[in-house]
Design a protein around this ligand. Structure first.
Ligand code: ATP
Ligand code: MG
Length: 296
């Protein structure tokens, strides 16, 4: 999209093209992040939305890979018993230890559970269906909301960023993720009911800030599955911008079948189809988050 602007002398015949992004702001490419001298301590970011299928896992995988490609050391935490993040990064979880074992045994070293992925600089704390029992097990624990924070504290020094892929619920696991985090990223699908339930999510973040984690910030709202050809998608994005203003990230993720295809292959899109616009979008998201200071 380009807007035609008259020049200062009012000569409307002479126009300059200002490329506009889909969120109605001028398009920024964002500079390539500079190299880091050393690593850590990590900034921890939860990808959170209790609505299912909005792109939390897809964003965790591809943002993690994009940040790793810029030389950041990244740990992706699968915090959903469905284990989609682990599968999407090609990690088998039936027999190995998982995040669940770390939650249950605070003395256990997370390094025994962390596995590296096929992406340089990207490690994962995997999960499987065992994690579905965690809420029941943890409910009677002392300081049950801070268990994940205590696990991640042990490894935060080794990474520049830790991304937590939350399950679609606002239960105890998600509260643990928010309590462990410096920031939250909310993916919103550009669909009719996108904003439904977001008030409750914001309320949950506010409660966590009041009671458990005063420093937590909203790092951004990410519009996903955007289809510029449909009026519907454009209208939803407009409403999201009306509701969240500058908290809406300028980077918007388009809808494409490349994402399900990459998940089946068990690799990030930046590896599966590096030239595809969807891979470029996640690289731009990584640059935008660095430029906003959400990531080192
Ligand atoms: N931009 C996109 N375009 C097309 N399909 C996408 C896009 N992003 C994600 N998908 C697909 O949509 C489905 C849901 O995405 P994803 O698993 O990332 O959502 P989620 O929020 O993690 O879901 P859940 O709440 O179940 O954990 C997946 O099949 C994924 O491949
Ligand atoms: Mg998911």
């Amino acid at each position: 999209m380009a807007s035609k602007r008259s020049t200062a002398d009012g000569d409307s015949a002479v126009t300059t093209d200002t490329p506009m992004g889909p969120t109605g702001r001028p398009y920024h490419g964002f500079a390539t992040p500079s190299k880091l001298d050393g690593h850590g301590p990590a900034r921890i970011i939860s990808l959170c939305n209790q609505k299912g299928g909005v792109g939390k896992t897809t964003t965790t995988i591809n943002l993690a890979a994009a940040l790793a490609s810029y030389g950041r050391r990244v740990l992706a935490v699968d915090f959903d018993p469905q284990g989609a993040l682990s599968a999407g990064l090609g990690v088998q979880t039936h027999e190995s230890a998982t995040i669940y074992d770390l939650l249950l045994d605070p003395k256990r070293d997370p390094n025994e559970v962390i596995v590296s992925t096929s992406v340089d600089g990207l490690d994962i704390l995997p999960a499987n269906i065992d994690l579905s029992a965690a809420e029941v097990h943890l409910v009677n624990e002392v300081a049950r909301e801070t268990i994940l924070a205590r696990v991640l504290r042990k490894v935060a020094g080794d990474y520049d960023v830790i991304l937590i892929d939350c399950q679609p619920s606002l239960g105890l696991l998600t509260v643990n993720a928010l309590t462990a985090s410096h920031g939250v990223l909310i993916p919103l699908e550009c669909e009719f009911f996108a904003l439904r339930g977001v008030a409750l999510l914001i309320e949950t973040i506010d409660k966590v800030r009041d009671r458990l984690n005063p420093a937590i910030t909203l790092d951004g709202v990410l519009a996903t599955m955007y289809d510029p050809r449909t009026l519907h998608s454009r209208e939803v994005l407009e409403r999201v911008v009306d509701a969240f203003g500058d908290d809406v990230l300028e980077t918007v993720i388009g809808r494409t079948v490349k994402f399900p295809d990459a998940s089946v292959a068990g690799v990030p899109i930046t590896k599966f189809a590096p030239e595809h616009s969807a891979a470029q979008a996640y690289l731009r998201l990584a640059r935008e988050l660095v430029s906003r200071g959400a990531v080192a």
